[in-house]
Design a protein around this ligand. Sequence first.
Ligand code: ITT
Length: 196
Amino acid sequence: KRIIFATGNQHKLEEIRAILPTFDIISAKEAGISLDIEETGTTFKENAYIKAKAIWNITGGIVLSDDSGLEVDYIGGEPGVYSSRYMGEDTSYTVKNQNIIERLHNAKGNERSARFRACICAILEDGSTIFTEGIMEGLIADHILGTNGFGYDPILYLPEYNKTSAEISPEEKNKISHRAKALIAMKQKLEENYEN
Ligand code: ITT
């Protein structure tokens, strides 16, 4: 079954394909749809729904979307749903990551707690929705470290690996990430749904 993944983020697309290798995932762009969807929601769930619905309105076929971000406890959960827009869409992640590190210069130990959160939304052919969520906990690193992954991966330090999310391999990340957890849960729910 062909599934359209409503994202413009190539990294997310690569991760979902690696996490769900048995699914036939195509991007909206590959399906010939170019949309600039405004994410007007205030929660990951709302924004995930907005993105999936925009594509579903056009295709009526099964659509998946991902809304995700970094939550840093010391700064009240920022950047959260604004993760991609933090400091402006065109600001580089080197600058964004450095800025977060600077904002935490007084934070010690567990005060540096943070996590990636992903909400995955599926809209099925009949218009019904399924939502799943996953988190990956860590601490904000003192320095930008690692070149794998994307976005805020170089500043989320994972104590159990003694590495940042950008230092572990893509294979490791795709086993333990927020996105992997949410997608594995979604796979299960979709399989239950299509068994009946
Ligand atoms: P689409 O809306 O087109 O899917 P986007 O990148 O704009 O792409 P979001 O609005 O969901 O997606 O923003 C997610 C942002 O959160 C993303 O751009 C990164 O800054 C951050 N993020 C999410 N997952 C991440 C991960 O696995 N590693 C690093 N940063 C991540």
